[in-house]
Design a protein around this ligand. Structure first.
Ligand SMILES: [Zn+2]
Length: 72
């Protein structure tokens, strides 16, 4: 069965690494996002609903490359 994160059918992907805690917009993915690294480290998480607001409410900060407007 396809993993919704690795098959990228989701839009917003969180990096749950304690030192990162950032959310990426896969519709605007940049090489600097290093999404493959996040997947390899198994730090990728999805959100329900799949929205930026939900990611923010779970404590994730905006990625500076694909979203911008970091708040920290
Ligand atoms: Zn990003």
């Amino acid at each position: 069965m396809a993993n919704p994160v690795t098959s990228r059918i989701i839009r917003f992907l969180g990096n749950s690494s304690p030192s990162h805690m950032e959310v990426h917009d896969l519709h605007n993915e940049k090489s600097n996002c290093q999404i493959d690294e996040i997947l390899r480290a198994k730090h990728a998480v999805g959100f329900r609903p799949d929205t930026l607001a939900q990611a923010r409410s779970e404590g994730y900060d905006n990625c500076a490359y694909c979203i911008g407007g970091s708040t920290r």
